[in-house]
Design a protein around this ligand. Sequence first.
Ligand code: ZN
Length: 132
Amino acid sequence: MKESIPLTWRRIPERYRLLGVHCDTCNKSYFPKRTICPQCRRKGKLNEVKFAGKGKIYSFTEVSAPPEGFEDQIPYVLAIIELVEGPKLTAQIVDAQKEDVKIGSKVEMVFRVIQKDDPEGLIHYGFKFKLA
Ligand SMILES: [Zn+2]
């Protein structure tokens, strides 16, 4: 799981734009995007939605043994965030000490550098969250 985080950020375009789907049949939103509603299966009517980037902390952990490429950022807080639209996602919390982060804290999305020392010299951007 730890190794998969930067790969996920790099390879799934939805993670850069916070795109998901809303199902008109069960009235729930999902992230990342699905092609079939997990609840309604083929009866679901899915529409693409862009989430507002606001939510609250559902749970969190402090990372002190990071995946490769994140060594200069430790320690940092990795949280499961429940978006106001309902879906949950995992993201780094920036500009906050662990003591400031609480379950239920309101957060909002910010656009930040994810990783600078890519072997190909690329700089990867994506979303992180900060306390609102
Ligand atoms: Zn559905």
